[in-house]
Ligand binder design. Structure first.
Ligand SMILES: C[S@@+](CC[C@H](N)C(=O)[O-])C[C@H]1O[C@@H](n2cnc3c(N)ncnc32)[C@H](O)[C@@H]1O
Length: 356
């Protein structure tokens, strides 16, 4: 299997599976840069290329449990030691260089700039991404926050932003953001979390189908900031509600939303439902993801349908909001052998299936 070869000759084994490379041209470009200092903070590595490729005392932050697992496995395969963290509260105090793999969300990038600026003034700064996901506003934001900002030439459709970390922003934008739903519920979210500053239209439609006076265990699967779980708990005060997502920032948002509304919930960061107790939940609510790394895919949704069947109690139900064009009904019917169309509008179906 092909390896990633760095300019200094170091070879890294970084494949996610037989056909998929765990790095891109932006990782290669970042790794070709000479870094000053020993203590390096990497933000947003997906598959371990940056964590394994840079030399020094590495701390690597990701808010995705999937990336956390990929990075850990890459470190293991390549015999690398680094400190993986999933909470911004665990950022180290002493950092000489910050490296950011540019996220898709400009607001998430700005959130990182704020935190890095407040903590590591004077450190060197290096960010990189593929040009097509790197609007000029990312460069402008960097200039707003940091000093001596320059951009590189594009190389293999990747580009870098370089500079010096500073605490220049006197009036930083407030994160997390908050919005109010039409039902009067206040929802707070960190950037990078799904639909973080507004209620998604699919979620809004599914809310109308959440039953009332339900006793038992309700799960918000792929909860993001937990709008479905919060609504379920408010409609059903005698139920217990569990929320799961693969993003630590999502679950952090959901926790703050529950405590802010004086509600108790159970929270798990996990890949789909791996490790969750079988036959333990009465009702699962899900607005499944259909993107992964900028690609449209129903693979994660399919895993959610399959693993929900294991986690549901006999007689338990899964409610799905489904974009009409995605054809979820075929998969749901194959897995559950029963499917009820609960509702429909111009864009979505609401389906329910039952574990028998
Ligand atoms: C379409 S969003 C729905 C979010 C929320 N339930 C709502 O309706 O606003 C799908 C969610 O699934 C989460 N997700 C994606 N892949 C996942 C995985 N492998 N395991 C768990 N959650 C995942 C995403 O982080 C995202 O929050």
């Amino acid at each position: 299997m092909e390896k990633m070869v760095l300019e200094n000759g170091k070879e890294l084994s970084l494949f996610i599976d037989n056909n998929t490379r765990g790095w891109d041209a932006a990782d290669e470009y970042l790794l070709s840069q000479k870094i000053e200092g020993k203590n390096i903070l990497i933000i947003g590595d997906s598959y371990g290329a940056l964590t394994c490729g840079f030399s020094g005392n590495i701390t690597t932050y990701t808010h995705s449990v999937l990336s956390r697992n990929y990075i850990a496995s890459a470190m293991d395969k390549n015999g690398i030691t680094a400190n993986i963290i999933t909470s911004i509260n665990d950022f180290p105090s002493d950092i000489d260089c910050v490296v950011i793999k540019l996220p898709k969300s400009l607001d998430l990038y700005e959130y990182y700039l704020q935190i890095v600026g407040q903590r590591y003034s004077g450190a060197s700064f290096l960010a990189g991404g593929m040009v097509k996901y790197m609007p000029i506003t990312m460069v402008r934001k960097t200039e707003e926050y940091f000093n001596s900002v320059t951009t590189s030439l594009a190389k293999k459709k990747a580009r870098l932003i370089l500079g010096c970390v500073a605490n220049n922003c006197s009036n930083p934008t407030k994160f997390p953001r908050e919005y109010t739903t039409e039902h009067g519920l206040k929802v707070l979210s960190y950037p990078g979390v799904f639909s973080y500053d507004h209620l998604d239209i699919g979620t809004r439609f599914l809310i109308d189908y959440i039953p009332s006076d339900f006793k038992g265990k309700i799960m918000d699967l792929g909860s993001a900031s937990g709008v479905l779980g919060l609504t379920a708990k408010i409609k059903n005060p005698d139920s217990s509600v569990v929320l799961t997502d693969e993003s630590y920032l999502a679950i952090e948002s959901a926790k703050e939303n529950f405590s802010g509304n004086g509600l108790i919930g159970e929270f798990h960061v996990m890949d789909v439902l791996k490790g969750f107790e079988s036959d333990s939940v009465d009702l699962i609510l899900c607005n499944p993801p259909f993107h992964n790394d900028n690609k449209v895919t129903t693979d994660i949704a399919l895993q959610m349908f399959i693993q929900s069947r294991r986690v549901l109690k006999r007689g338990g139900q899964l409610f799905i909001v489904a974009n009409k064009h995605l054809g979820y009904h075929k998969k749901l019917r194959e897995i559950y052998h029963n499917l009820k169309k609960e509702g429909e509008n111009d864009k979505f179906f609401i389906y329910s299936v039952r574990k028998v």
